[in-house]
Design a protein around this ligand. Structure first.
Ligand SMILES: C[S@@+](CC[C@H](N)C(=O)[O-])C[C@H]1O[C@@H](n2cnc3c(N)ncnc32)[C@H](O)[C@@H]1O
Length: 466
């Protein structure tokens, strides 16, 4: 995740990206439960295209670096601009196997997690050998720290985790799965980490070092596997502030959970949100402030950035597209007939989604209505049916789901760019903050995981240079 080679500085890059995002905000501005509003805003030539497109072409659409032919003019412009702004990654198809052993497996670990810890532990072991202490932020159930210990028994690992139950599980796993000596080398503490946790981390690291006969700690690394939301940003701040920390290796995730600036009057509505930690860099902030048109870097934008990547899209069958389109369309229909003091949630499905989807009774069968205030289930009323009929007159049975899937296709095409904006913004911020603190750093992203298995697959690596 970086800047495409054609751009020579982040400000110019972000300026072009912001311009593009404001032109196509109808694709991502609304949550998909409100996709009828997005479909209404879809230009007619895009609608015509998605109503007629073959499954093969639909599957190829998000791969804009590969094929420019056979698209109507406006879609061609969209794809060419995406190709110009989205860094071309070569990793998608040539995924390299990690050389490390399989991680500990005395207690069952899901396949996705096995893939992540195997590759990340191998990366840490190749890059952090000089670290006397490794601080694992958001250590969860302890999978990563335990796999790291398995690779190299010399590591001293401090795992910090906000959730008490997870800390206890991690301690138990350590006792059950690793040799007794590991309980001395790995310490799990319950701690909600923020940018001011440096003193706490220093204190607990020094204690851990002392317990293992090491009286001086000069070299530490901060690591984190899927350090969600603001945690990965605070980890970067800790890296800059703490002299002993020489490197950081962090894989971020859950951008959509970033904290809002409630203190500054921000709200969690879907149109405009002010986040504490996005945008972060001066470069992106400048571009956003200079944008003359409406721009929506809101919660749905962040959610799009952390959707599945396009890697899996290519193999989607006709039936899968039809089923997904129906589900998305019906969900949005249910959402648009409810009143603002009501909620809808899917019931257990009884039929495949693409069968007989368009009657009001089908909607009633699939979705339960609730009161927003009390959470109690409510009955659907004749007024809901009237609203349903009004709304569903706009699109036929076939058109609604196809357009919903067309919208999903546009989102899949834009996902990488949206994620790049977030990740590259962080990289720029780290460089800007390092320059301000007069710390000499080298920063990069590496794609470490197979995105078909684990879509949040980039590790931010930063090292202090002496
Ligand atoms: C997506 S999970 C990843 C867990 C673990 N690293 C793994 O890969 O198995 C993120 C973890 O970070 C923890 N977490 C989130 N924010 C945190 C914070 N500010 N301080 C400490 N832990 C936090 C969550 O409780 C959760 O266990």
């Amino acid at each position: 995740m970086s800047m495409p080679r054609k751009f020579d500085n982040p400000e110019n890059y972000f300026e072009s990206v912001v311009d593009f995002l404001s032109s196509y905000s109808w694709v991502y501005r609304r949550a998909n439960t409100e996709c009828l509003v997005s479909i209404d805003s879809m230009p007619q030539d895009f609608k015509n295209y998605f109503l007629a497109v073959s499954n093969e072409m639909l599957n190829e659409f998000p791969f804009f670096h590969e094929n420019f032919d056979a698209f109507p003019a406006s879609l061609l412009i969209f794809r060419k601009e995406l190709a110009r702004l989205t860094p071309e990654e070569t990793f998608e198809n040539i995924f390299l196997e990690a050389t490390g052993r399989q991680p500990i497996s005395k207690l069952r670990i899901p396949k996705k997690k096995q893939h992540e810890i195997k590759h990340f532990a191998t990366h840490i072991n190749a890059n952090c050998l000089e670290a006397q202490i490794v601080v694992d932020l958001g250590s969860g159930l302890g999978y990563l720290s335990q796999a790291l210990y398995e690779l190299n028994k010399n590591y001293l690992i401090l795992g910090l985790e906000a959730d008490k139950t997870r800390v206890e599980t991690a301690r138990n796993r350590c006792r059950q799965c690793l040799p007794p000596a590991a309980t001395k080398s790995i310490s799990y503490e319950q701690k909600f980490v923020d940018a001011n946790s440096g003193v706490y981390i220093d204190k607990h690291s020094l204690e851990l070092a002392k317990n293992n006969g090491c009286l001086e700690v000069k070299n530490m690394s901060i690591i984190g596997l899927h350090a969600c939301a603001d945690l990965s940003i605070n980890a970067m701040r800790l890296f800059l502030k703490m002299d002993r920390v020489k490197s950081i290796h962090i894989i971020p995730c859950c951008y959509h959970k970033l904290a809002l600036q409630f203190d500054c009057g921000g709200t969690d509505n879907t149109d405009q949100n002010n986040f504490v930690n996005f945008p972060l860099s001066i470069a992106l902030r400048k571009a956003v402030n200079a944008c003359k048109r409406e721009l929506y870097l809101n919660r749905p934008f962040l959610r799009l950035a952390c959707q599945q990547t396009r890697a899996r899209w290519r193999r989607t069958s006709c039936e899968e597209h039809a089923e997904h389109g129906c589900r998305m369309y019906m969900r949005a229909l249910a959402d648009s007939v409810r009143y603002s003091n009501e909620l809808v949630k899917p019931r257990k499905r009884s039929l495949p989604d693409h069968e007989n989807h368009s009657s009001f009774w089908e909607l009633v069968k699939r979705f339960q209505l609730f009161s927003k205030n009390t959470g109690t289930p409510m009955e659907w009323q004749p007024i809901h049916r009237e609203r349903f009929q009004e709304i569903s007159e706009k699109y036929t049975d076939r058109q609604g789901p196809r357009l919903a899937e067309g919208l999903q296709c546009m989102q899949t095409a834009m996902q990488k760019l949206c994620e790049n904006v977030i990740l590259f913004d962080r990289l720029c911020y780290l460089q800007e903050a390092a320059a301000e603190h007069k710390v000499h750093v080298r920063v990069r992203y590496e794609q470490l995981l197979d995105e078909k298995v684990s879509p949040r697959c980039h590790v931010l690596v930063a090292e202090k240079l002496s």
